[in-house]
Write a protein that binds this ligand. Structure first.
Ligand code: PAF
Length: 282
């Protein structure tokens, strides 16, 4: 496995692979890998000839009060784990290389980024779209693999490639949970035992709604009335949003026709966690 830090070298390598007729797969990440990342790599490995995993904690997607400096990093461990997944290249540029002095161009996906996380993280998706388009230009992938854990990000990236005619297929893969239901996240490492117990309420609330929908419940009002007491009972948990949205447009839904996405974000102590689940009414 090769580790490339220079964006120009990465792009040159990608052009060479393309000239040779190779199919390139990119898994964009911010590192500090967990099983969720590894599952994206395992899937990506089967999608092409050259598997690139980018590791870049992108400053432009963090607000001034957010955890950019505290975001967990361990490049050496990440490289060991990626090598075991058959990754060909780790692309790990630094912030100065990605945003040199004079940098001033940004990408905005407007509608699907307005609600959910976009409402409380106003510059987040602008930073994500910008860096992902830059990564696409540097790695020249045919396919890019994203996790459904960041469901709004996945939808925004599918919108971006469609709107800007970017010749990359954006594939979403299911989120991975711990055995007790907690959605895997690099930020989980910061939860103390009590916070971790509290964090479990997020997935428990989603599972309850999934089960109610499976038994025929369509009403947002009744679903929310059932699950909010679970969350309100937790003193360490501060809800950011609970939203029932259309799977594709992310528009808020008063009722479920056939399927919907229930998404949640909450602070547990200082840590902001997100989770989501597909609801299907038979
Ligand atoms: O999901 C992430 O890890 C990041 O938002 C991404 C897609 C790598 C862009 O920085």
């Amino acid at each position: 496995m090769q580790i490339v830090t220079d964006p120009a070298a990465m792009q040159q390598l990608a052009f060479t692979w393309r000239d040779q007729g190779g199919r390139i797969v990119l898994v964009p990440t911010m590192g500090y890998f967990h099983e969720g990342h590894l599952s994206l790599m395992a899937y990506g490995r089967g999608q092409g000839d050259h598997l690139v995993v980018s590791i870049f904690v992108n400053p432009t997607q963090f607000g001034p009060q957010e955890d950019l400096d505290r975001y967990p990093r361990d490049l050496e461990r990440d490289c060991d784990l990626a090598a075991k997944q058959g990754v060909d290249v780790i692309f790990a540029p630094n912030a100065e290389q990605m945003y040199p002095p004079g940098y001033q161009t940004f990408v905005e996906v407007t509608e699907v980024t307005r609600g959910l996380c976009g409402a409380s993280r106003p510059i987040h998706f602008r930073g994500v779209a910008t860096v992902v388009l830059k990564l696409f230009n540097l790695v020249q992938p045919h396919v890019a693999v994203f996790g459904e854990k960041d469901y709004q990000q996945l939808i925004a990236m599918q919108r971006m490639v469609a709107d800007l005619n970017v010749p990359v297929t954006v594939i979403g893969r299911p989120l991975v949970r711990e055995a007790d239901g907690l959605a895997l996240s690099s930020r989980n490492v910061y939860l103390n035992p009590e916070e971790r117990r509290t964090a479990l309420k997020l997935s428990q609330a989603l599972f309850l709604a999934r089960d109610m929908a499976a038994q025929g419940e369509r009403s947002r009002e009744r679903l929310f009335a059932a699950i909010t007491p679970l969350l309100d009972a937790e003193p360490l948990l501060r809800l950011d949003y609970l939203s029932l949205v259309d799977n594709h447009t992310l528009a808020e839904l008063p009722t479920i026709q056939h399927t919907a996405r229930l998404a949640i974000a909450a602070y547990v102590g200082q840590i902001r966690l997100i989770d989501n689940i597909l609801l299907e009414v038979p």
